[in-house]
Design a protein around this ligand. Structure first.
Ligand SMILES: Cc1cc2nc3c(=O)[nH]c(=O)nc-3n(C[C@H](O)[C@H](O)[C@H](O)COP(=O)(O)OP(=O)(O)OC[C@H]3O[C@@H](n4cnc5c(N)ncnc54)[C@H](O)[C@@H]3O)c2cc1C
Length: 427
C-alpha cells in the first residue's frame, strides 16, 4: 500500500536534479499537494551540484530526447581517452568502457576507434594544433552533454505549470525533519515524520518528506552517518570571444581519464568548461567522521593548485592556443558520494515510510535527471515498501570506510584530500 494518497501533502527538500525530477514525476502522476523547498533563492540553486553549464550524458539518452529535455541535450559525441602518462588503473578503466561499447550491438555502430593522434584530428579538426601525446580510446558519436542549469530551469517551470509549490531562499532553508514523539522510544518504537522546520523557525506539515538535499543530506538525516560523504571536484572555465567559441562549435565532450574533461563552449556566454578528474576533496568533521559541504559558498570559490595544473596540461595537449588563458568561475562543486558509487532511493529506516532519502549521486547523477523521479514514484506505489533495486537501498553502515574511498573507486584516478589542507595550502 502506498504511504501517501494523491491529495496528501508531500514535501521535497532540495530543488536540485533529484528533487526537481521527483516533483515533476509525482505531479505528472496526479499528486496534487507537493511543495519543494530549497535554500537557494532561485533555480538553479547556487548550492546545487547541477548549477552548471554542462554535464556528460551517457545514459537515459532516450528520455533526454523527449520534448521537455531535448532542447538541453547536445549530441556532440564523447571522446573518451587516456594520455601517454595515464596510470594503469585509468588505462584499464578506459579499456573496459571501450570493450563494453564495442560489444553492445546498438552502441557499436556509433564507436570510432582512436588509436593515434591522426584518428583524433580526423574526427575533431579543432584539435589539429594539439600534441595529444599517446592519446588512445574511442569516440562515441551517440553520447553528448546536457546544459544542466537550463534543464533545471525548464523542469522548474514545468513543475509550476503542474501546480507544484516552491518555497525558495531563506524561507526554504530547512533545519530539521519533525517527528511525532514516539511513546516508547527506548524500545525503538518507530517514529513518523510530521513535516519540517525551517531555519526561520516556521513549521510545515506533511504526510511524506522526501530529502533530496544532495551532499547536505546528512545534515537532515543524522542516522546516515558516513554512508554519504560530501566530496567535491573542481570546475573552471575560460572565457572565449564569440569567434573563438563558434570555431569550437560541435566539439565532442573530450575526456582524458588521467587529466580531466572539457566541453563545447556555451554559445550564449563563450564559456568553455573544464573539470579535472581525481579523488576529490572531503570536508571531514574530525569528531564525527562525517563530511559536509562548507556552509558558505565563498569558501568553495577556488580550484586547488594540483587540479589547475592538470587542466593546463589538458588544454596544452588539445587546444594549446588557450593553454595560458586565465581561469574564470573557479569553484569546488560538492556532491554526495557513496562507497559503491550507487544512489540511495529508499525509505529512511524507522520512520514508518514517512521519509524518503534520494541521494548518493556519486558525481554521476545528472544524466538520470529525466528519470530519477520515476524511481521515487515506483518506490511509493509498487511493492511492499522495500526498494526492489538492491543497490539503491539504504546502505549498511558496515560499508563505512570513513569516506577515504576516493582511490578505491574503480573509475577514479587519485586519492581524496581534506578540504582544510588544500585551503590552508592556498593561503
Ligand atoms: C564537478 C562536478 C561534475 C559533475 N559532472 C557530472 C556529469 O558530467 N554528468 C553527470 O551525470 N553528473 C555529473 N555530476 C553530478 C551531478 O551534478 C549530481 O549527480 C546531481 O546534481 C545530484 O542531484 P541532487 O539533486 O542529488 O543534488 P544537488 O543537485 O546538489 O541538489 C541539492 C539541492 O538541495 C538544496 N539543499 C541542500 N540542503 C538544503 C536544506 N537544508 N534546505 C533546503 N535546500 C537544501 C541545495 O540548495 C540544492 O539545490 C557532477 C558533479 C560535480 C560536482
Amino acid at each position: 500500500m502506498t504511504p501517501v494518497s494523491k491529495s496528501d501533502s508531500i514535501i521535497i527538500v532540495g530543488a536540485g536534479a533529484f528533487g526537481l525530477s521527483t516533483a515533476l514525476h509525482l505531479a505528472q502522476a496526479g499528486y496534487r499537494n507537493i511543495t519543494v523547498f530549497d535554500k537557494g533563492a532561485e533555480i538553479p540553486s547556487p548550492f546545487s551540484a547541477a548549477n552548471d553549464v554542462n554535464k556528460i550524458l551517457r545514459e537515459a539518452l532516450e528520455a533526454w530526447k523527449t520534448p521537455l529535455f531535448a532542447p538541453h541535450y547536445h549530441q556532440t559525441g564523447f571522446l573518451h581517452c587516456v594520455s601517454e602518462a595515464a596510470p594503469q588503473k585509468a588505462v584499464n578503466t578506459l579499456n573496459s568502457f571501450r570493450a563494453s561499447a564495442e560489444r553492445h550491438p546498438e552502441v557499436r555502430k556509433h564507436i570510432v576507434p582512436i588509436d593515434s593522434r591522426d584518428d583524433i584530428i580526423g574526427a575533431v579538426r579543432q584539435f589539429q594544433d594539439g600534441s595529444l601525446p599517446g592519446w588512445k580510446g574511442y569516440l562515441n558519436q551517440y553520447d553528448g552533454y546536457a546544459h544542466s542549469s537550463n534543464a533545471l530551469k525548464a523542469v522548474h517551470e514545468a513543475c509550476i505549470a503542474l501546480g507544484v509549490q516552491f518555497i525558495l531562499g531563506e524561507a526554504g532553508d530547512i533545519a530539521e525533519i519533525l517527528y511525532e514523539t514516539p511513546t516508547d522510544h527506548a524500545n525503538h518504537q518507530t517514529r513518523k515524520a510530521t513535516g519540517i522546520r525551517t531555519r526561520q523557525n516556521t513549521t510545515h506539515n506533511a504526510t511524506l518528506v522526501i530529502i533530496a538535499a544532495g551532499a547536505s543530506a546528512p545534515n537532515l538525516i543524522p542516522s546516515l552517518g558516513t554512508q554519504i560523504v560530501a566530496r567535491s571536484w573542481s570546475i573552471a572555465h575560460i572565457q572565449l570571444s564569440a569567434a573563438e567559441a563558434s570555431s569550437l562549435r560541435g566539439i565532442p565532450v573530450t575526456y582524458a581519464r588521467d587529466l580531466g574533461f572539457l566541453f563545447e563552449p556555451e554559445p550564449a556566454t563563450g564559456l568553455l568548461k573544464l573539470c579535472p578528474m581525481g579523488g576529490g576533496f572531503v570536508n571531514t568533521d574530525p569528531a564525527t567522521g562525517v563530511s559536509r559541504p562548507p556552509d558558505a559558498l565563498a569558501d568553495s570559490g577556488f580550484v586547488p593548485a594540483g587540479d589547475g595544473r592538470r587542466l593546463r596540461r589538458l588544454l596544452a595537449q588539445t587546444l594549446p592556443g588557450l593553454a595560458d588563458r586565465p581561469f574564470v568561475g573557479e569553484r569546488l562543486c560538492w556532491f554526495a558520494d557513496t562507497a559503491d558509487s550507487d544512489y540511495i532511493v529508499d525509505y529512511v529506516p524507522d520512520t514508518s515510510r514517512s521519509v524518503v532519502l534520494l541521494s548518493g549521486d556519486s558525481g554521476h547523477g545528472f544524466k538520470m535527471f529525466p528519470i530519477v523521479g520515476s524511481w521515487v514514484r515506483s518506490l511509493l506505489e509498487e511493492g511492499d515498501g522495500n526498494q526492489k533495486v538492491l543497490r539503491w537501498r539504504w546502505k549498511s553502515p558496515a560499508v563505512d570506510l570513513a569516506g577515504n574511498w576516493g582511490d578505491a573507486v574503480s573509475w577514479r584516478v587519485g586519492s581524496s584530500e581534506e578540504f582544510r589542507d588544500i585551503r590552508a595550502s592556498r593561503s
